[in-house]
Ligand binder design. Structure first.
Ligand code: FES
Length: 174
């Protein structure tokens, strides 16, 4: 149901479908946190600059503070709460824990979702600004520390845990 200012939508989050009546201007982040109680995605800057609110929509990373909830209808939204299947942590999550890929943890849910999306992008052969050579005949660049830093540059960490975050992602990439 839609009127001038509100819409009733279906949102599929972590394999569960929810019906919501939302203001058309409500962000996906606010719908996730305040309407559905998924508080993993964090509201850091609310301007798409820090990455703390990163989630996956159809496997692609998005900053959920810049996406309208109505635009996510029909997509598969995955928050950090939905990354681990059946209670087992992903190797990436285990690596973050073992290698201290965080201090306060505020950015961590965004870092994890972004890293999952980034590793998929890399596996599909997407280049980054740090990729030396880009051509259809060129095999995907190896995932170096420089590549990880560039590809994760949209996720800020105010504690400066970057060296451990990069180490954890490199270790988990296999
Ligand atoms: Fe504190 Fe990244 S661990 S902001």
């Amino acid at each position: 149901m839609t009127n001038d200012t509100r819409s009733t939508i279906s949102l599929r989050v972590n394999d569960v479908t929810y019906r919501l009546n939302v203001d058309n201007r409500r962000t996906l982040l606010d719908a996730l946190r305040e309407d559905l109680g998924h508080t993993g995605p964090k509201k850091g800057c609310d301007h798409g600059q820090c990455g703390a609110c990163t989630v996956l929509v159809d496997g692609r990373r998005v900053v959920s503070c810049l996406m309208l909830a109505v635009a996510a209808e029909g997509g598969e939204v995955t928050t950090v709460e939905g990354l681990a299947g059946g209670g087992d942590l992903l190797p990436l999550q285990e690596a973050f824990v073992r290698l201290d890929g965080f201090q306060c943890g505020y950015c961590t849910s965004g870092q994890l979702c972004s890293a999952v999306g980034m590793l998929a992008e890399h596996a599909e052969g997407w280049p980054s600004a740090a990729t030396d050579e880009v051509s259809p005949s060129c095999p995907a660049a190896a995932l170096t520390a420089a590549e990880v830093r560039e590809r994760m540059s949209g996720n800020l960490c105010r504690c400066g845990a970057y060296p451990s975050i990069v180490r954890a992602i490199l270790e988990a990439q296999g």
